[in-house]
Design a protein around this ligand. Structure first.
Ligand code: ADP
Ligand code: MG
Length: 363
């Protein structure tokens, strides 16, 4: 190594350290439905739907997050509003990269004290189903967006850490994270994933089940957003007396006349619509439990199954899984933020990060 190269390396290192000092380290949950950003020392600063709106021809990005979601289904021919992550895989890499880039820069723009040239450390939660090529691509996108170091953590691991589970101990833990596009079911022990199932059935399918139900039973055409509202307003997994009386009014289009029509949906009929999809999720949980080594099953029986993700907010879903598995089930506080909180915790725990990160660090 010549003296000049050594000098250049030294200078780069010093500059990186200096810029790093002014940067805000970030944890990012790149979810299929929502993207959340945790900034070290500050908490969760961004919660936005994972949507990107762009020009079809030129690919130039028009909006990201809620603004882009509002455009979905209402775009003229030349514009598309897409979800870069569908079914737990990166369906559109350019759009995913645009999202990462936008949020990393956004966080740095907001603070007057921080360098406008961001060099943060970034930890990204990714679905466990993504391929090696996709992982590298996400890491490179973070570096491209200005990250000084980029690490990846699998979502079930991040969710378990976010839920405060002692994942580092010789003790089996089961986590079920029901997101928009995927349900991740994982058994963890000693800081690693022992077993893992990534099911492409989650919140989106529950919403679709309501659309299907409205069309078949009432000849009513519902949009995604209206069906999701019904799910959130009255959706349930068990016939608990407390949600028996729930009702909601939904607006759609009558398939026969083509005119707008409003209808009242009750909790029990929505439950009937959701039931087959919820059963598929329970079946997958049972499959994972069957494959789990008996020692770990005993641990899970003792400590219970932990649930996270927006899908765990369906009323009574914990009770349903508890009845099927004969195990205690609990939902973590603020389940939609578990993954990003986990990434956030890892920003201040290097030892644990080294243990749970996937692949090599990129810088
Ligand atoms: P992802 O990690 O894939 O981005 P999230 O964990 O953010 O997904 O969860 C999003 C899913 O949770 C969506 O399908 C949404 O409809 C659903 N969801 C959010 N809130 C509720 C609720 N209160 N009841 C039922 N489902 C909900
Ligand atoms: Mg998620």
């Amino acid at each position: 190594m010549t003296i000049i190269t050594r000098y250049v390396i030294m200078q780069t290192l010093m500059l990186n350290t200096l810029l790093g000092f002014f940067s805000q380290d970030m944890g990012i949950d790149l979810g299929t439905a929502n993207t959340l950003v945790f900034v070290k020392g500050k908490g969760i600063l961004i919660r936005e739907p994972s949507y990107v709106a762009r020009h079809k021809r030129s690919g130039s990005v028009l909006a990201i997050g809620s603004e882009a979601k509002l455009m979905a289904g209402k775009t003229p021919e030349a514009i598309e509003a897409i979800r870069p992550l569908r079914d737990g895989v990166i369906a559109d890499f350019d759009a995913a990269e645009a999202m990462l880039d936008y949020y990393i820069k956004l966080v740095h723009q907001h603070s007057p004290w921080v360098s406008r040239v961001p060099r943060p450390r970034v930890i990204v939660g990714i679905p466990s189903g993504v391929t090696e090529v996709e992982r590298r691509a996400v890491q490179e996108a973070a570096i491209e967006a200005g990250a000084r170091e980029a690490y990846l953590v699998e979502e079930p691991m991040a969710a378990a850490i976010g839920a405060g589970l002692p994942i580092d101990e010789p003790q089996g833990q089961m986590i079920i994270d029901i997101g928009g596009g995927t349900t991740e079911i994982a058994v963890l022990s000693l800081g690693g994933i022992v077993l893992n199932k990534s099911l492409r059935i989650a919140g989106d399918e529950l919403t679709e089940a309501i659309i299907h139900f409205a069309r078949v039973k009432y000849g009513l055409l519902l949009g995604d957003a209206s069906a999701e509202e019904v799910k959130i307003a009255v959706g349930s997994a068990t016939a608990d007396p407390s949600h028996k009386e729930l009702q909601t009014v939904v607006r759609g289009r009558d398939l026969g006349s083509g005119l707008p029509k409003s209808l009242k949906f009750s909790a029990s009929e929505v439950r009937e619509a959701l039931s087959p999809t919820l059963q598929s999720i329970t079946r997958a949980v049972m499959d994972v439990l069957e494959e789990t080594p008996p020692e770990l099953v005993a641990d899970i029986l003792q400590h219970g199954i932990t649930m996270a993700g927006g899908g765990s907010l369906i009323r009574g879903i914990d009770k349903m899984i508890a009845e099927e598995t004969k195990m205690p089930v609990w939902i973590t506080d603020e389940p939609m933020a578990a993954v990003v909180r986990g990434c956030g915790k890892l920003l201040s725990d290097d030892r644990l990060l080294r243990k749970v990160k996937v692949g090599a660090r990129l810088r």
